[in-house]
Design a protein around this ligand. Structure first.
Ligand SMILES: [Zn+2]
Ligand SMILES: [Zn+2]
Length: 333
C-alpha cells in the first residue's frame, strides 16, 4: 500500500526517521499537543507548535528535550523529500494535526481533536488526505456530546440554587480547566473563579499566550465561608481527598466527556456531572473521516473497533493501530 511508505503503524516517518507522538524517547519527534500521553520528556529533537513547546517546558522543564524547533500552523517544512505541515486540531491550546506529504501522497495524523468552537484552542481545520490516522477516544455511537453551553447553564443553575455551598468542578489541569473557565465567562459569569494550586501555572500560561480567563483566585487563600456560592476548579483527584472537605458543604461536579456514562459519574462520587469533552464524538468522528476523503483510515485511542467497522461499511480500508500508552490522561478529558 503506497501510504504505508510515508508512515508506518508506529507513526514513524521512515524517510526522515521521525516519530509522531512517540511513547518512548526518540532521536526525532513531532508532538501534536501537550497532554502527557502524546508529549513525553526525553526526546532528542522535538518539532511542535510554539504553544505546545511552551506547555512542555512548563510541565517537564526547560530541558525536557535535547532541542526544540517551533513550527507555526500552516507553514510547510521540507526535510529531504518529505514535507511536514501542522494544522489546528481544536483540542487544546496549540494542538495540531500533522500532515506528512511525500511523493504526491498525503497522510494526516489528527492527534486528539474536536471541531466544536472553543475559545481556548485554535479552531480545527479540515485537511484532505489519502491516509488518515484518527483518534477514537469517544468512538462509540453512544457518545453524542451535548452543547457545552447547556452544561455550563446547569452548573450556573445549581450555583443559584445552593448559594451556601461551594461548587467544586473537577477538570483536567491542561485544557479542560481553562476551557470551563472561558465557557463560564462566555455565559456572563464575572465573579472570581477559585483555583486549586495545581491549576495555577497552566492558567497563567494560557493568559500569557493570549487567552483571557478573567479574575482568578487561589482557593487555599480564601477565608472561611468565602467559598460558599463560589466556583472552584480542581483536578479530578482533589474531589475525593481532604482538600475538598475544607470547602463549605461542597457540590462535587466534574467536566468530562466520560460524564455521559452515568456509572462513571457515580463511581467518582460526582453529584453534578457535566458532559464537556475536548474530543470529537461519534458523529464528528464519522463526518471528519468522510470529509477528509481518505481511502485508508487507521484508528488509535481505545474504542477502535466500532469506528473501524463503520469505515469498512463505507468501503474504506480501515485498521486499528493498538498503540500502547495513549490515553493515560484520558480519564479526565
Ligand atoms: Zn489530548
Ligand atoms: Zn490523547
Amino acid at each position: 500500500m503506497a501510504e504505508t511508505r510515508i508512515l508506518d503503524r508506529n507513526l514513524h516517518i521512515r524517510a526522515i526517521d521521525t516519530y509522531i507522538d512517540p511513547t518512548s524517547p526518540r532521536a526525532r519527534a513531532i508532538i501534536t499537543h501537550g497532554h502527557a500521553d502524546h508529549a513525553r520528556p526525553g526526546h532528542g529533537k522535538v518539532l511542535a507548535t510554539p504553544d505546545t513547546i511552551a506547555i512542555m517546558k512548563v510541565r517537564y522543564g526547560e530541558d525536557c528535550a535535547g532541542a526544540f524547533q517551533a513550527l507555526e500552523f500552516g507553514v510547510p517544512l521540507t526535510i529531504d523529500d518529505v514535507t511536514i505541515t501542522l494544522f489546528p486540531a481544536g483540542h487544546i491550546l496549540g494542538s495540531a494535526q500533522v500532515l506528512v506529504e511525500q511523493g504526491g501522497k498525503r497522510a494526516v495524523v489528527t492527534g486528539d481533536y474536536k471541531r466544536l468552537a472553543d475559545a481556548t484552542a485554535q479552531p480545527f481545520e479540515l485537511v484532505k488526505c489519502d491516509l488518515l490516522v484518527t483518534e477514537a477516544t469517544f468512538g462509540l455511537p453512544v457518545f453524542q456530546h451535548p452543547a457545552p453551553g447547556r452544561e455550563i447553564a446547569r452548573l450556573l443553575t445549581s450555583l443559584g440554587n445552593f448559594l451556601e455551598r461551594a461548587h467544586i468542578v473537577g477538570c483536567y489541569a491542561l485544557g479542560k480547566a481553562q476551557r470551563v473557565i472561558r465557557l463560564l465567562r462566555e455565559a456572563g459569569y464575572e465573579a472570581p473563579i477559585y483555583l486549586h494550586g495545581a491549576m495555577v501555572r497552566l492558567c497563567e500560561l494560557y493568559e500569557e499566550r493570549g487567552i483571557a480567563l478573567g479574575p482568578l483566585k487561589l482557593a487555599i487563600e480564601a477565608g472561611k465561608g468565602e467559598l460558599a456560592g463560589q466556583i472552584v476548579i480542581a483536578p479530578p483527584s482533589a474531589l475525593k481527598d481532604r482538600w475538598s472537605r475544607r470547602m463549605p458543604d461542597p457540590v462535587l461536579a466534574m467536566a468530562s466527556g466520560w460524564m455521559s456514562v452515568k456509572q462513571r459519574a457515580r463511581q467518582s462520587l460526582v453529584e453534578l456531572p457535566l458532559v464537556i469533552s475536548d474530543h470529537a464524538d461519534w458523529n464528528e468522528l464519522r463526518e471528519t473521516i468522510a470529509d477528509t476523503g481518505a481511502g485508508t483510515v487507521w484508528v488509535t485511542h481505545g474504542r477502535e473497533d466500532a469506528l473501524v467497522y463503520q469505515c469498512r461499511q463505507q468501503g474504506l480500508v480501515a485498521e486499528p493501530l493498538n498503540i500502547q500508552g495513549y490515553e493515560d490522561e484520558g480519564e479526565a478529558e
